[in-house]
Design a binder for this molecule. Sequence first.
Ligand code: 13P
Length: 251
Amino acid sequence: MRQPLVAGNWKMNGSRASIKVLLDGLKSGVGSVKVAEVAVCAPAIYLPDVQAQLQGTAIAWGGQDLSTEASGAFTGEIAASMLLDFGCKYVIVGHSERREYHQESDLMVAGKFAAARAAGLIPILCVGETLEEREQGITEDVVARQLDAVIKLEGVAALADGVLAYEPVWAIGTGLTATPEQAQDVHAFLRTRVAGHDADVADGLRILYGGSMKPGNAAELLAKADIDGGLIGGASLKAEDFLGICTAANG
Ligand code: 13P
């Protein structure tokens, strides 16, 4: 049985003050989350605050990006070891906003996956197509290419140390959610593709959905056979909304 994971991606939002309020809310409500594992991925500069506030709670935390390199002359970058230094369990790699605004290639994302894994962090690998790609009917080609880059670099067994997230770019921050059927189709495609290499890895792999997931649509998405949780942007910034999604996994 795959334990669902609901992870918040705060993106570039918040302040020390607002994060305190958010985490107080999450801590007081997380007891009602019976089934899912809960995590928040914070802006790196706030990780010391997040660690101080979440240490010893049921909520895990992580970063939103990391360097492919272990250390050295890489101004502005953050190494896996630094995330670990602040107690991170997870790190997002290959978010579509990084792929688009920072020109991260499939190969670079695979390198980030490898760097996270080598350090003992759990990478959350994001894949997903743009609206144009969906309309061209090449959704499966796109997500396969993004997934295959990691399998090629690291081998399929590496996926046992990570989490996959399907985030259709057209659903991110737009209020447009993939229908449960649309999401399930892509999740099933991804799992089958992994199974083509290793059935056990595919069976154990958690595949999250991300893209305008909210308390009101989470239950029907999470009910699908191959949707093992969510990667939540906007709705992770309000404790009530985020907890609403986390409890939707209770069934
Ligand atoms: P929204 O939930 O705001 O659509 O963002 C999804 C996302 O990009 C999570 O990584």
